[in-house]
Write a protein that binds this ligand. Sequence first.
Ligand code: F6R
Length: 368
Amino acid sequence: EKDGHDWFMRKEIFEQPRAVADSLLGRRAADGRLQLDEMRLDDAELRDIDKIIIIAAGTSYYAGMVAKYAIEHWTRISVEVELASEFRYRDPILTHSTLVVAISQSGETADTLQAIRHARMQRSKVLAICNTNGSTIPRESDGVIYTHAGPEIGVASTKGYVTQLVACYLLALYLAQVKGTLFGDEINNVMDQLDDMPGHLETVLSQAENVYDFARAHVDTTSVLFLGRHAGYPVALEGALKLKELAYIHAEGFAAGELKHGPIALIDEGLPVFCIVPPRGRDQLHDKMLSGIQEVRARGARTICLAEVDDDTIEPYADTLIRLPKVPVLLQPLVAVIPLQLFACELATAMGNDVDQPRNLAKSVTVE
Ligand code: F6R
């Protein structure tokens, strides 16, 4: 049942290319336009949306943070991302032109469910992004985009997360199509890049042994830091969450630009630091990340850097270098999260922890 793997989690990590492919299936109509079958919100309603609030918990919340970058960039609709457990208690501004997007793998998370009930009472439309057919959250929403990860057994979410990212990209592109903020060929171009993702994920998975070596070399560590920028920042947060859940050690994700505002004081001889390097582009994100890496390295950090395949600037500062396929920065979370998942799984295994059933955690949190 684990397909020869030691843990369901590891099996599910390696299932991600298939899960992503399944989540993309049937989304393009014969005329080339994007279609979202179970959406149930008509285009006229969507055209009126002037604000989006994404609500979720844990890993799903980090998928929501990535979604904000994509939706705002492609649609120019402003997006807030909010923890479901905080949402109701701050008297959020909700109108009939606010779209609330609830992201939940299980569809049963109590905080998220209460949040959508609150939103609907205020007349806002609710769209669920969910992996579980017929679960409560999609049943109580106006529309749903189902992810097709298949059942996720490991308590730590992996294939659930990457398929949520895919659904978020599809939603963003669909809204851009409805609003006319992207041309048809621009949407097709991103869809083509998404269609290439399963192969890209395989390429990253094929480097698993390098990640495992880095994990085994740090089995005695008491802390790990994760640095990212732009869409790589929420990925850093997700990497840290995976590690807390599974290895029970201190782990923290930072926006790399924040380093000098405090966190750099944490860097000490031998501290493992994950660095998610943005693609080289017209902006200066890449070069700024590079200088962050140089700074932590100069203070004794052990770096594992995830950088594009032809990026020749990182090598001198990486103790371990994982090569990422060339993808736009907005889509990079899909490939960048994989080494972080592999690392958490392997470090926890080396520590002798139960990866599939981490202490104190349940797969779906049905109490508030
Ligand atoms: C982390 C994890 C949790 C869930 C969170 C939300 O690996 O699995 O943080 O992401 O409890 O769960 P769903 O998505 O089912 O609402």
